[in-house]
Design a binder for this molecule. Sequence first.
Ligand code: FAD
Length: 465
Amino acid sequence: MNPVIVWFRQDLRLADNPALTHAMATGAPVLGLYVLDDETPGAWRLGGASRWWLHESLQALSSNLAEICGRLILRRGRADTAVASLAKEVGAAGVVWNRCYEPYAVERDKRLKADLTQAGIAADSFNGSLLAEPWEVRTGAGTPFKVYTPFWRALRALPDSGKPLPAPKAITPFVGKVATDRLADWALLPHKPDWAGGLRETWMPGEAGARKRLSRFLKHLKGYRAARDRPDDDDGTSHLSPHLHFGEISPRQVRHAVQTGEHGDDGDKFLSELGWREFSYHLLFHNPALPEAPLDAKFAHFPWTGSDAQFKAWSKGQTGYPIVDAGMRQLWHTGYMHNRVRMIAASFLIKHLAIDWRRGEAWFWDTLVDADLANNAASWQWVAGCGADAAPFFRIFNPVLQGEKFDPDGAYVRCWVPELAGLADKFIHKPWLAPTPPENYPEPIVDLAEGRARALAAFKGLSRE
Ligand code: FAD
């Protein structure tokens, strides 16, 4: 029988995978495929930390498939070409996939669907990554949303898609000979230097790792509303973001797990964070230039005056502001940064240093294991004040006050900036005031009052234009 190809993309899982379930239901042999496509995304090809994650996740998916008699074929190159050529090679009856929403993916997939259909190969796509499709959630006037709260209200009012789909127990394998790349030959893992030690210590990519994270988090969900803002509390948030990005777990599975427990207000707050993920995808789908251009066009001519040296200090965690440096070092070491600290570090870059938010966005893209085009772009625009429902530009986070409020004992700073570990609590977020400031820690690279005044003046100039 002619096989059906399941083209895995950002849905590297077996459970609650509508494309896989559909392929199984045809009764045809099933062949899994993953294509490493560094061409179609252009500047948004996978960053370094994502490549590490992908290697581990594909390994996990491949062995999960093997356990149920399935297999995963690996190919490299333009995905549309690679998919079409494999379909031809094996005489596929159909190709199925779960949708992606990056602008380049939408265009490519539309083209591929038309080409396959024309060649007589059934092509079907499904929603495997979102609670609701970006086009399903509409204002009363039928337009896309620009404000989060009514968006989330409208999404929650949609009919629930029900229980997540079970993972298949056995796959009818395709027995023909098919060439596949070797994962190791893709060189996704770093070497010389191997900077991934901290990532290996922190994460367990793959479906089993995602399930483990979720069940650990469900035990800590009570108190989420307050704990989510504390970077010193490792269990304060779920750490599900890279698992969700690579689709090792679906938002439907997460929502279902939360809704089947008694989590009250904390459960609602957590689900509303998943709502921000949905909102970011909604924004990206309806504004394909979101990663590159400010949604508020007024910001297109913002006077970015920060220097390369300041950008370097920021990216290396050497700004002299402990909470910023702790976040940037956590990012470098683990591929992750706490949400509160992402906001502080991003605000510091954009406002105190007057450096274009797109440089920060690109740095995060390369270094985050959860680098996600929609979430990253929407969040950077949110902090920069130029996005949808964004923080007003004049809301400038003070890194000292933020540190004192959300890391009051300095435990987070002490963990990531060991040079400061010996300081008394009252100096931990302003070490330059300590009687003997540590010699191996930099002086602040910018005066907070001056940086703030410069940012506000630049913003005022924009408003006058
Ligand atoms: P939890 O608090 O446990 O939240 C659960 C899930 O909800 C997250 O896994 C995530 O999928 C989603 N979520 C939570 N907060 C947000 C948010 N503000 N926007 C969109 N989705 C959210 N998130 C990414 O997944 N990828 C990115 O590239 C990314 N870049 C960011 C850049 C900046 C400047 C900022 C301020 C935030 C960024 N975020 C990004 C959003 C947020 O910081 C992370 O999703 C969150 O820290 C992940 O940790 P968690 O899974 O423990 O979150």
